[in-house]
Design a protein around this ligand. Structure first.
Ligand code: SF4
Length: 445
């Protein structure tokens, strides 16, 4: 009997990529994918634990589904790594696997089905970077492809920001070999993919040559800009993006490739988190507010069309009102196209969780509202600025109204048009007629 599996993913693009690779490895080892949880014999949940909300959402979702007659429940990703053994107390979970171990999932599932084991915990808590390489070596060719695909080029992080669990859950920085990345992208382009998004916890640290990078180890000679130059020569590529970048690793060569390569979008996500130097220091961000702003100015001087988005955390432990307003001032200076802002969320076993001076929720809430109001003004202005221009848009979904389609321009602004033809997966030129807070409206050229 062929067992059916259903996979549900929460969190960042890295998780979306991992989930698609889990689906590939399950499909090539005799399991059949279903898109309906109610039909599944195996429920797979893949999620992060960056924010407490995501973890709670996962457990309530499993709670809702576990009443079904399901053979196996498997939970993977950073949440497995973060929860350890404790995960088995919270729900009816059979398998908990870390993000470096998902290539072994079919084997774990078979063990549970064959009653060889009821609870399997498979983590990589000692951060053995060879395991990261092993995972990628075991993965089959991509089994499905769409017009836009994520490709992981790097995993893990050596930066140890004091609020973040990633270095503990994903381990040390690891770069996939250049040949592997190029081979995966060539396969995707050959099957019709038009847009590639290179992803990693810190893509700017991409090294590509050394099997892995440990803290303090010298990097190899490859770099993200060299990789981008190689990828840009591949046939069929229409649009190339990458995320996420650490400001300190944003190199001049990378800035230069943005002005040289037409398929590379002039839009970079550069998280700053805070605009105050003391807060940046206790966050262990390894740069000052001024160094950050000057880097973006340098980027603009090298590539005048470049625009930025960022992440912000408000209410970090001990943050005063004045220090919070430094963040507002930095945001107003940079004028981001889009931004993602959050209240500081305590994560177990991180240095920030143990800090004195945790900020009350109501103050965090208030600061978040003030920051978001300010960020939204810049977002609206960026949207208004493209009224009357023609934008190349890659359409990715249907709108709420009949015949409405939504896509993204090079700056990831949402563009809405009406069309009798299905536009999903197609690039079209759109004349922009009006703008709102979160989107612009236009007509097909
Ligand atoms: S650079 Fe990003 S992934 Fe790395 S520790 Fe800091 S916040 Fe986490």
């Amino acid at each position: 009997m062929a067992y059916k599996f259903y996979i549900e993913v929460y969190g960042c693009q890295m998780n979306v990529y991992d989930a698609s690779r889990i689906a590939d490895i399950m499909s090539t080892t005799g399991f059949i994918r279903t898109m309906e949880a109610s039909e599944a014999d195996i429920l797979i949940f893949y999620t992060c634990n960056i924010r407490e909300k995501a973890v709670n959402k996962l457990f309530s979702r499993i709670g809702a589904l576990k009443k079904q007659k399901t053979t196996v429940v498997a939970v993977g990703g950073c949440v497995a790594q973060g929860e350890g053994e404790a995960i088995f107390k919270r729900n009816n979970i059979n398998i908990s696997f870390g993000s470096q171990m998902y290539h072994e999932l079919p084997q774990y599932v078979n063990s549970v089905i064959e009653n060889k084991a009821d609870k399997i915990l498979s983590l990589n808590l000692n951060h053995d970077t060879n395991e990261q390489g092993a995972k990628f070596e075991c993965l089959p060719k991509r089994q499905t492809s769409s017009y836009s695909e994520f490709v992981t080029i790097q995993e893990g992080c050596n930066n140890f920001c004091t609020y973040c669990v990633v270095p503990y859950t994903r381990g040390c920085e690891y770069s996939r070999p250049v040949a592997d990345v190029l081979s995966e992208i060539k396969g995707l382009l050959a099957s019709g993919t038009k847009e590639i998004i290179l992803i990693g916890q810190n893509v700017n640290s991409y090294d590509g040559e050394a099997p892995y990078i440990n803290i303090g180890q010298t990097r190899g000679t490859w770099s993200l800009d060299r990789l981008i130059l190689e990828i840009s020569n591949l046939n069929g590529l229409k649009r190339l993006r990458y995320t996420t970048s650490h400001p300190k690793d944003l190199s001049i060569n990378l800035m230069k490739v943005h002005s040289q390569i037409p398929v590379l979008t002039p839009f970079v996500h550069v998280p700053v988190q805070s605009g105050n130097d003391r807060i940046l220091r206790i966050m262990n961000r390894k740069h000052t507010a001024l160094e950050y702003v000057e880097k973006l100015q340098q980027f603009k001087a090298i590539c005048p069309t470049i625009q930025f988005s960022s992440d912000f955390i408000v209410g970090f432990p001990t943050e005063t009102e004045d220090e919070f307003y430094d963040t507002i001032r930095l945001a107003q200076r940079v004028k981001y196209t889009t931004s993602y802002s959050f209240k500081y969320s305590r994560r177990k076993d991180t240095p920030a969780d143990k800090m004195e001076g945790q900020i009350p929720e109501d103050i965090k809430e208030n600061r978040l509202k003030i920051l978001q109001t300010s960020l939204l003004k810049d977002q609206i202005n960026h949207n208004k600025a493209i009224i009357g221009t023609t934008q190349e848009v890659l359409f990715d979904k249907a709108g709420k109204k009949k015949s409405q389609y939504i896509g993204k321009n090079i700056y990831l602004q949402s563009v809405i048009v009406e069309s009798d033809d299905n536009l999903i997966g197609n690039f079209r030129n759109v004349f922009i007629e009006s703008a709102r807070e979160n989107c612009v409206f236009g007509k097909l050229m």
